[in-house]
Design a protein around this ligand. Structure first.
Ligand code: HEC
Ligand code: HEC
Ligand code: HEC
Ligand code: HEC
Ligand code: HEC
Ligand code: HEC
Length: 248
């Protein structure tokens, strides 16, 4: 009886939590991780800039853009200008007419088109990658591990040989009987630099991030910095709580 009540209480509390957690309707797979950058475009009478993560992450790891090129983990968070691009910074580090199409008149609209779905005719190329049930419907972790894709780890600045850190952490939830969330360092450092997470997102020294609750993740903090926008979304419970069998 006691066990039954506990189980019931747990199911009810999680159902309640699910009811309270707001998941925005998922975008179609070919638009998951796509952005429209508009910090200055509209103000300067050009259309907002289309940028697709799935298209670029096939060829480059996150750290190329978010460490070497200094793009922020927040749309409109970087001070990109046409002058900086022309000088070879930000998008211009690759969009120089050699690595990718350049910043000449003929190409302005390939970026300034205001179309979040821009480039979607190339999406079917992803069908050959390992499949997943959410986000782009691509298991990016497997694709990299199995070398179906081989994204570059740097552009010009070869990072110094870092510390290989592969510890998998079990993050115990504050709530009783909620199975822990798993955090594998190895999967993450295949894409990201240590400094992408430490100390800004996760301060390990002060242990202030010991309890990062779901409501904070869902508000775009901690795991939610990436796992709402670019990496598989927070609605995929079992991807992080592998023992959470009874839920969708
Ligand atoms: C590879 C993508 C790309 C191409 C190609 C490109 N831009 Fe941009 N451009 C950007 C990005 C990103 C921003 C920053 C947008 C923002 O924050 O709103 C930007 C900003 C701008 C801005 C507003 C800020 C500023 O510096 O005045 C203007 C105007 C602009 N671009 C004009 C152009 C013109 C004209 C061309 C073609 C000659 C062009 N861009 C080609 C990506 C591109
Ligand atoms: C080719 C460059 C490039 C690559 C590779 C890349 N990003 Fe980004 N990312 C960007 C740009 C550009 C922005 C927008 C920044 C801005 O507007 O200031 C962005 C924004 C983001 C955001 C904020 C999204 C939002 O909705 O606010 C997150 C999170 C993010 N990237 C995570 C990642 C992760 C994780 C990876 C690797 C799987 C990755 N990025 C790979 C260029 C890149
Ligand atoms: C690390 C290199 C790199 C950076 C940085 C980069 N791109 Fe690209 N981008 C590429 C490559 C390579 C292609 C594919 C080759 C081509 O189409 O010429 C591409 C293609 C594109 C396309 C064509 C459609 C698609 O998604 O395939 C758009 C639009 C685009 N990039 C926008 C941007 C914008 C906007 C930025 C900056 C916010 C940016 N890119 C930064 C390498 C980069
Ligand atoms: C995607 C984000 C991310 C990246 C990238 C990352 N870490 Fe972590 N790291 C975490 C999280 C989350 C924790 C747990 C934080 C907590 O419990 O407060 C953690 C904890 C740690 C800890 C403490 C482990 C323990 O047993 O308490 C160390 C040490 C550490 N990371 C080192 C590294 C190093 C070295 C790298 C680069 C090789 C790295 N991390 C890359 C997210 C990351
Ligand atoms: C800076 C970005 C970032 C942050 C922050 C982050 N992740 Fe990830 N995570 C990724 C990327 C990129 C992948 C590769 C898969 C994908 O893109 O969907 C990934 C994959 C995973 C995987 C799948 C591992 C596998 O082998 O399939 C798990 C589990 C995971 N993350 C858990 C977490 C947890 C828990 C947190 C918070 C404590 C967290 N992540 C924070 C970017 C991030
Ligand atoms: C990207 C990884 C990730 C995904 C996806 C995820 N969680 Fe969590 N979850 C966490 C982390 C990390 C914690 C907190 C662990 C801690 O306190 O240190 C957590 C904690 C919890 C808790 C404990 C209460 C709280 O708010 O801390 C519940 C309940 C929970 N998750 C349910 C879910 C459900 C239901 C889903 C699917 C709708 C889900 N989680 C998806 C990472 C994730």
């Amino acid at each position: 009886m006691h066990v039954f009540l506990c189980a019931l209480a747990l199911i009810l509390s999680v159902v309640a939590a699910n009811a309270n957690w707001y998941f925005p309707p998922p975008p179609p797979p070919e638009e998951f991780g796509n952005l429209l950058i508009d910090r200055t475009s509209t103000k300067n009478k050009v259309r907002p800039v289309a940028f697709s993560h799935w298209s670029h992450r096939r060829k480059y790891t996150c750290q190329v853009c978010h460490s070497e090129l200094d793009f922020a983990f927040k749309v409109n968070g970087s001070e990109v200008t046409e002058a900086e691009n022309q000088a070879g910074k930000y998008c211009g580090a690759c969009h120089d007419g050699k690595i990718a199409f350049g910043h000449d008149k003929a190409n302005c609209e390939k970026c300034h088109n205001g179309d979040r779905g821009y480039g979607k005719e190339k999406f079917p190329e992803l069908a050959s990658l390992p499949h997943s049930r959410s986000g782009n419907r691509v298991d990016w972790a497997r694709a990299l591990e199995e070398k179906t894709i081989a994204p570059a780890r740097f552009l010009k600045l070869k990072p110094p040989p870092g510390i290989a850190y592969e510890k998998t952490l079990m993050l115990e939830a504050e709530w009783e009987r909620v199975p822990p969330a798993i955090f594998p360092h190895k999967t993450h450092t295949a894409w990201l630099a240590c400094s992408n997470c430490h100390p800004e997102i996760f301060n390990i020294r002060k242990k202030t991030t010991k309890h990062f609750e779901m409501k904070m993740n869902l508000a775009g903090e901690f795991c939610g910095v990436c796992h709402m926008t670019v990496a598989f979304p927070m609605s995929d419970c079992r991807a992080c709580h592998p023992a959470m069998k009874e839920w969708p």
